[in-house]
Design a protein around this ligand. Structure first.
Ligand SMILES: *Cc1c(COP(=O)(O)O)cnc(C)c1O
Length: 381
């Protein structure tokens, strides 16, 4: 499809919306591991589903279109996309990573990749001088998450991507929280965009998946080689389900964002809440940079209720949101980073990064916001 359509139109008309063979209104699920060679002298486009599957291919083209990259890749989970991408690096390489990176990525970097002699310096990426100071002769990549999880700190994407290019570093960004609906890092100079598609892209808490988009064909070929070589692919069923969810991304994000703004303002007005983290709040330190690089604030609001005891009270008394790890679904999800997503982070590191014992993360779903607020109000009492 031509690239000049508006984002919302691309979400629906992405090239795979009509089956070329039958005219069916969705991509068929090619539940096959291998493909017959009709002509042994001319191998078929798809020959084995680890190397390529038509359903997965439709999804991969879909995310590449949405992010404005050259090629997309689908993986069995967000961590699978992230770990496969890190295999672009070699023993002896050094990486600069945002300090409040997703807990699973932190674990991968600090307890698995260290065994492969890939070392990481964690920095506060909102401070360019810290990023610059971390540069070493063997630095090969910069890894960004903005807004970060769960305290929603904002990194200047364009600045870091330009600095990375000047220093011959690969720039990688985890775009899970914003999705391409609100933020398209490749347009700002980033080389590889990653997603836990388990979250907003899938949107229904029913599929685990990861996506990667490469800025150019050369990086695309390298990622393809790794995806096939490591075998970290997404299955056909999940690929189909993910596309099913992605079609409504715009409508879901827009609705949840309006609700999130209301929730963040309501929380800010309360004296029993210590801190509210949401890039749409006027007092958010990263708001100006965020507005320069994104068209919305997203649907995750974090707030500090002051203590572990109070956090546990809220978690046990809320009736509407599901209390769970994860985010980005039609139903609201309330999570407790200290014991859930960031449990693998040592306590002192966690506290240093603002992930206190009273911090809760609210992923706002599609329920009526007034109901969500009343529910939270009774849980806080
Ligand atoms: C959930 C998440 C991941 C990991 O994705 P999985 O699909 O759970 O493997 C990575 N980054 C961010 C920001 C996430 O929220």
């Amino acid at each position: 499809m031509s690239n000049d359509k508006k984002f919302e139109t691309k979400l629906i008309h992405f090239g795979g919306e009509i089956d070329k063979t039958t005219g069916a209104s969705s991509v068929p699920i090619y539940q096959a591991s291998t493909f017959h060679h009709n002509d042994i002298f001319n191998p078929p486009t798809f020959d084995y589903s680890r190397s390529g599957n038509p359903t997965r291919q439709a999804l991969e083209d879909y995310i590449a279109l949405l992010e404005g990259g050259a090629r997309g890749f689908a993986f069995s989970s967000g961590m699978s996309a992230i770990s496969t991408t890190f295999m672009l690096f070699s023993a002896g390489d050094h990486l600069i990573v945002t300090e409040d990176v997703y807990g699973g990525t932190y674990r991968l970097l600090t307890s698995i990749l260290t065994r492969m002699n890939i070392e990481t310096t964690f920095v506060d990426m909102t401070k360019p001088e810290q990023v610059k100071a971390a540069l070493k002769p063997n630095t090969k990549g910069v890894y960004i998450e903005t807004p970060s999880n769960p305290t929603l700190k904002i990194t200047d994407i364009e600045f870091i991507a330009n600095w990375a290019r000047e220093n011959n570093l690969l720039s990688i960004l985890d775009n899970t929280f914003m999705t391409p609906y609100y933020q398209r890092p490749i347009e700002l100079g980033v080389d590889i965009v990653l997603h836990s598609a388990t979250k907003f892209l899938g949107g229904h808490s029913d599929v685990l998946a990861g996506l990667a988009v490469a800025r150019n064909d050369s990086l695309g070929r390298q990622l393809k080689f790794l995806q096939n070589g490591l075998g970290t692919v997404l299955g056909a069923q999940e690929s189909w389900l993910l596309m099913r969810g992605m079609k409504t991304l715009g409508a879901r994000m827009a609705h949840s964002e309006i609700s999130s703004r209301k929730l963040a303002e309501w929380l800010s007005s309360r004296s029993d809440i210590q801190n509210v983290y949401y890039p749409g709040l006027t007092n958010h330190p990263g708001r100006e940079i965020h507005e320069k690089q994104s068209t919305g604030y997203g649907a995750v609001v974090s707030f500090d209720v002051g203590s572990e005891e109070k956090a546990k009270q809220v978690l046990s008394k809320v009736e509407l949101p599901i209390v769970a790890v994860s985010l980005g679904a039609v139903e609201s999800i309330l999570s407790y980073p200290a014991m859930m997503s960031h449990a693998s982070m040592p306590r002192e590191v966690r506290l240093e990064r603002g992930i206190t014992d009273g911090l809760l993360r609210f992923s706002v779903g599609l329920e009526d916001i007034d109901d969500l607020i009343s529910d939270l109000e009774q849980a806080l009492k």
